[in-house]
Ligand binder design. Structure first.
Ligand SMILES: [Zn+2]
Length: 99
């Protein structure tokens, strides 16, 4: 299952899925769930998640989407208004956040 279409509508990302469902994800929710190493930390050599040194700081442009770029067949990379662009969202994650 994957999105057939996705577009930003106001403060939401609207998705139409190959199974016919249409869902929306709040952009702020999406940004706050960013799984990149900078926002969520990354596993160290023992597999334990090392939290980032400082929690992410958001501003007025942090929840605006500037670009959506497909990553292979499984995810989309989102470029945010404040310049943050290292987050990748898998279809699974998008579906989960929009349920
Ligand atoms: Zn991030």
């Amino acid at each position: 299952m994957r999105p057939e279409r996705m577009e930003v509508v106001g403060e939401f990302l609207a998705l139409k899925w190959t199974d016919g469902r249409e869902t929306v994800v709040d952009l702020e929710r999406l940004r706050r769930h960013c799984q990149c190493a900078h926002c969520a930390g990354e596993p160290d050599v023992t597999g334990a998640i090392r939290r980032p040194a400082a929690p992410p700081v958001y501003n007025a442009t942090s929840f605006e989407v500037l670009s959506l770029e497909m990553v292979g067949q499984y995810a989309v990379a989102i470029g945010w208004g404040d310049g943050h662009a290292t987050g990748i969202y898998s279809w699974e994650m998008l579906r989960e956040l929009s349920e």
